[in-house]
Design a protein around this ligand. Sequence first.
Ligand code: SF4
Ligand code: SF4
Length: 162
Amino acid sequence: MTDTSDPIDRSGLRPRYWETVPLDRMTQKEWEALCDGCGKCCLNKLEDEDTGEVALTRIACRLFDDSTCRCANYDIRHQFVPECISLSPKNIEGSLYWLPETCAYKLLWTGKPLFDWHPLISGTPDSVHAAGVSVQNATLPEFEISEDEWEDHLIEEPLGCD
Ligand code: SF4
Ligand code: SF4
């Protein structure tokens, strides 16, 4: 079921601020509003030991809610998933290698524009799901799949950008 409510407050932001304000000069609210809700950073990844290449799997973090495509307990998530990374201008550079190609933080950090389906442009978080970019209703819970089977569940990146 699609959830049309947006948990991120995108009201009262400077018009098209993401085109003019550098990531490290944004307000916290502007920074948070960049997240498109695709859910792909909540997927478990596999890293090739030799090349360092990272592949996304369909196996989602234990706190990920597949139907809403969101963290089920975002505010206190670190109590359950201490390794969950809070993206910030300080750690974005070191996170680029594992972030999905469509992630708004990665796009902007690498000088690319946001896609038209981004909620800041479309005005609705549903456009991310409609564009086929999110992993809504497409993940498997990590407690159901043993880690040595994760490689059977790799997904192609980028999703929905053809
Ligand atoms: S990959 Fe980026 S845009 Fe997508 S949910 Fe994660 S932080 Fe947000
Ligand atoms: S704790 Fe929440 S935000 Fe962090 S990876 Fe898991 S589902 Fe995503």
